[in-house]
Design a protein. Structure first.
Length: 258
């Protein structure tokens, strides 16, 4: 396997590291995991995170997330570049320091932390976002599974769960608003902002633009009625089941008895 110009075969990667190399586990919330994996960027949730400032160029990073309610180590990568800005990353990570990762390689099967913790000096991942691990622990983890270049099938469930959850939230938001008999229609953009607010109540931070994109591609599944707006700024491009698109500005409430 190739990662950052290094050939990964068992622990060959570790042999390329020097005494200054540090090893880290990033625990990534499942709701933002796809963003991290697709864009190879990560940061810290807390603006003043201590550990994020200890990370250096060419440090080794393991990606972990909760799969089926179990902490699972899923990927391996290396720090490619470190940069700073004040903008939230993915509308979620608040630290000023951001990390660009090299191409992420995946473990063929997720490494469940519960199955290896007795072998490690690290006793728990619970409640820990960024954890420094020893070289010895890293060797144990790398010996557990082969690495592959393509995203494995076990991660496809994350997308399915995400889609199902977001679609259900959109439907629930519609049903709640539909209970107001005086409400006949609403700007689609305003509706999306309400969905965003409900997600925040669940402590799930998904940017409005991402919800808008998802709504545009998937709302046909819910059979909502939409009408165009004469104000082009209010219109949103919506797709049907055949992939054909048309601009609409308002969502119509039916007030039908369920």
């Amino acid at each position: 396997m190739n990662i950052g110009g290094l050939i990964i075969k068992n622990n060959v990667l570790l042999e390329k590291c020097n005494d200054k190399t540090k090893f880290w586990i990033f625990n990534v919330n499942q709701d933002i995991l796809n963003n991290v994996l697709s864009e190879n960027k990560i940061a810290a949730i807390k603006k003043k995170s201590v550990n994020i400032n200890k990370i250096n160029y060419r440090d080794i990073v393991l990606i972990s997330s909760k799969l089926n309610n179990t902490y699972s180590i899923i990927g391996l990568t290396m720090v490619d570049r470190i940069y700073e800005n004040d903008k939230k990353l993915f509308g979620y990570f608040e630290s000023k320091k951001k990390i660009l990762l090299k191409s992420i390689k995946y473990f063929k099967n997720p490494i469940l932390f519960t199955t290896i913790k007795d072998k490690l000096s690290l006793d728990s991942l619970s409640g820990k976002e960024i954890v420094e691990v020893t070289r010895e622990d890293m060797e144990i983890i790398l010996d557990c599974e082969h690495l592959i270049s393509e995203k494995p099938l076990y991660l496809s469930d994350i997308t399915i769960n995400y889609d199902t959850f977001l679609l259900n939230i959109i439907k629930t938001t519609y049903d709640l608003l539909n209970m107001n008999k005086k409400l006949k229609q609403m700007d689609i953009i305003e509706f999306i902002k309400i969905v965003n607010g409900i997600l925040k109540d669940f402590n799930i931070k998904i940017p409005v633009n991402e919800i808008k994109k998802y709504y545009s591609l998937n709302v046909w599944k819910l059979n909502f009625r939409h009408v165009p707006s004469r104000d082009s700024d209010k219109n949103v491009l919506l797709y049907d089941s055949m992939g054909k698109s048309k601009n609409y500005g308002y969502i119509i409430f039916s007030h039908e008895e369920k």
